[in-house]
Design a binder for this molecule. Structure first.
Ligand code: GLU
Length: 470
């Protein structure tokens, strides 16, 4: 079977976590089976669709690396095709014009509610003898009136709905514009989609859509409805839970690999494995293994995965993402260490790339002012001798890498017969202006020779001024 999946977002907001997970599952199902992944933008709701949302979806997919083989297609480009299929159904009497006014439908609804029956269209216009003047009709699909719609959902199992429960769906509005349940069928049919994977908020639409496939003489695709995502607190995931737009995760300093790994585990598992490279996901993923229960978002786990990938991915790859954060924070990285060296040193010290960039500013810009607390504590008169010795030794130091730099510190401490901390702590403040930084040899390495020497001179001036003021 030729596997063809599609992701079909409505561009009415950013690409949120739930949508991204659906996209990932669709993408994996295609990639796992040498299939084709299609992106279709369902933008027929002209009032709610915006170009910004389209862009946010495209950006989110690109950032996550969910590439599509066909598309993006835009439903607004297919109005002609939808009109043609509406015409076909009308001609074959599988659809009909309905002239019922809003008022009539509202009254009908109220009466049905009063009687305690499920509100549904009563089919009045199915058999119209005369056409009312001056009313623009909707087009309704003539839903079968007996039998059941049965389908085997790959996640939810067998589902059977009686046609009694389905009424005659509006497929085109008075202005001729088509409705979701109709356009989705026409497109999935035309695009020869084999697997419709989507959120289970659409599960009630599926039987109606299957009836439309049959009316069009088409074989329905296989369906898989994936459960929704809940927040840490068990409520439906929403803005309240923090970042819900995919690009917000980039802005907050997450790696796309971490988010993908996180998302794939929301509802899918393979034994008790937690870490999956994209290649492994492709090898192991099968939509049939997706759990039918809702899954809850867990930020701690995402943080854990993020740190895992910051440490384990090739440093140059992480550096590419880190570069974005430096730029975002207005840090010019022209004059400083290679970014992959920053990654190597900092990955285990921070949770996000955003923090990594912020904590690495000093390697590119040096520092303006000494942190008064740290200076007071560590740049005392007793620190003058070790700092002078460091300055002398470092001036002639050629190999500016952590291990020989460490030897210099050890040597100075031994010569002066003091503990290493007596050298390292003042040195750290001299280099970074603060009392916190990676290990001292790595700090020296990343600061580079010139900046290190300048820092030590600045610290010595500070100490001299302090002595002078005594
Ligand atoms: N456009 C629909 C939505 O964003 C999805 C339709 C589908 O996957 O069938 O919810």
């Amino acid at each position: 079977m030729n596997i063809r999946t599609r992701f079909a977002p409505s561009p009415t907001g950013f690409l949120h976590v739930g949508g991204a997970r659906t996209a990932l599952f669709c993408w994996l199902q295609a990639r796992a089976n040498q299939g084709t992944f299609v992106l279709r933008i369902e933008d027929t709701d002209l009032e709610r669709s915006t170009p910004e949302s389209v862009q946010a979806i495209l950006d989110g997919m690109q950032w996550l690396g969910l590439d599509y083989d066909e598309g993006p297609f835009y439903q607004t480009d297919s109005f002609g095709r939808y009109a043609e299929v509406v015409r076909q159904l009308l001609d074959e009497e599988k659809a009909y014009h309905c002239y019922c006014s809003k008022e009539r439908l509202e009254k009908l609804r109220e009466a049905q509610m009063k009687e305690g029956i499920k509100p549904r269209y009563d089919g009045k216009c199915r058999r119209l003898e005369s056409v009312p003047e001056g009313v623009d009709p909707v087009v309704r699909f003539r839903n079968p009136q007996s039998g059941n719609v049965v389908f085997d959902d790959l996640v939810r199992g067998r589902i059977s709905i009686s046609n009694d429960e389905l009424d005659d769906l509006v497929i085109a509005r008075p202005d001729g514009s088509p409705t979701y349940n109709f356009t989705v069928v026409v497109d999935d049919m035309d695009m020869r989609i084999s697997h419709v994977i989507r959120g289970d908020d659409h599960i009630n639409n599926t039987p109606r859509q299957i009836n439309i496939y049959h009316a069009l003489g088409a074989e329905p695709p296989v369906f898989a409805h994936v459960p929704m995502i809940l927040g840490d607190d068990g409520a439906r995931l929403s803005k309240r839970h923090g970042a819900v737009g995919v690009m917000q995760y980039r802005d907050d300093g997450y790696l796309p690999q971490a988010l993908l790994n996180y998302l794939v585990r929301l509802g899918w598992s393979h034994g008790d494995q937690e870490v999956f490279s994209v290649e492994e996901m492709i090898t192991l993923f099968d939509i049939r293994d997706v759990n039918r229960k809702a899954s809850a978002f867990n930020t701690d786990k995402l943080d854990w995965l993020n740190q895992h990938y910051m440490k384990e991915l090739p440093a140059v790859e992480v550096a590419g993402h880190l570069a974005w954060h430096f730029a975002d924070q207005g840090i010019d990285t022209e004059n400083g260490p290679p970014l992959e060296d920053v990654v190597t040193v900092q990955a285990e010290r921070v949770k996000t790339l955003k923090e990594m960039a912020a904590q690495s500013r000093v390697f590119f810009e040096g520092y303006g002012e000494l942190d008064p607390q740290a200076a007071k504590k560590h740049l005392r008169p007793v620190a003058e001798e070790p700092l002078r010795a460091m300055l002398e030794n470092l001036q002639s130091q050629r190999d500016w890498t952590p291990s020989p730099l460490h030897e210099v510190i050890d040597r100075v401490a031994a010569d002066l017969e003091v503990g290493m901390g007596k050298v390292a702590q003042p040195l750290r403040v001299a280099l970074t202006g603060s009392g916190v930084s990676p290990s001292i040899d790595k700090t020296l390495w990343l600061m580079g020779k010139q900046r290190s020497l300048e820092g030590i001179c600045k610290a010595l001036e500070f100490i001299e001024a302090r002595i002078a003021a005594l």
